[in-house]
Design a protein around this ligand. Structure first.
Ligand code: ZN
Length: 208
């Protein structure tokens, strides 16, 4: 069975190369840490342990998981994504924001100026970030080749139709182009539920 799946995947990939669609991935809440916060939460010089490669080149899920806490509620076992970044950033959904009890803006990754902070807990080690808590703006990572094929450029805002049992058109989707990316659309779990997300779902740009 597995072999057939591999062949079907490959055939589908070839077909999709012609229609410019891309795979959609739904990301759960997660944390990016800077060196400063890794030192504070795990000890000086600690290195995150990779357990799973992500679709974006060089990005990985770490074995280490920690608690994030807001004034109203908290989440345990939140995954940390590596490698470490210049600034720590915590990405949650709008549903999560209500449970945490914090008003959180929708932002592009890295655009954290003026955002709220949150408390990070690893056992007895506690760090409170003053900024860095965001709801990630939905986006499509694209290679320069995919961007060219789709007729879009870095920073452009588009609409993306996601097919499936509960098809949905997402507006205000930002295109991010880099040779360091693989072409995938990223949405969060709220958006995933809204479109009946299933692994392998695809989307395509319907308006640029
Ligand atoms: Zn992404």
């Amino acid at each position: 069975m597995e072999n057939i799946d591999v062949i079907v995947d490959e055939v589908m990939k070839q077909l999709h190369l012609q229609d410019n669609s891309f795979e959609v991935e739904a990301s759960g809440r997660h944390i990016h840490l800077s060196r400063k916060e890794i030192n504070a939460l795990f000890g000086e010089g600690y290195q995150l342990t990779k357990v799973k490669d992500l679709s974006q080149p060089n990005q990985f899920a770490a074995k280490e998981r920690i608690t994030i806490a807001g004034p109203k509620g908290s989440f345990q076992n939140v995954v940390i994504l590596g490698p470490e970044r210049k600034d720590s950033q915590v990405e949650v959904s709008l549903t999560d924001s209500r449970i945490l009890g914090i008003n959180i803006p929708v932002r592009e990754s890295g655009d954290i100026e003026g955002t709220p902070g949150i408390t990070l807990i690893n056992g007895g080690r506690v760090v409170t970030l003053s900024i860095g808590l965001i709801i990630a703006k939905r986006h499509v990572h694209m290679t320069p080749a995919s961007a060219k094929e789709n007729g879009v450029e870095n920073g452009q805002i588009v609409q993306v139709k996601v097919e499936g049992a509960r098809p949905l058109i997402f507006d205000d989707v930002v295109i991010r182009v880099s040779p360091d990316f693989a072409t995938y659309m990223h949405i969060d779990y709220d958006e995933g539920n809204a479109c009946g997300f299933k692994r392998g779902m695809r989307g395509h740009i319907i308006k640029s």
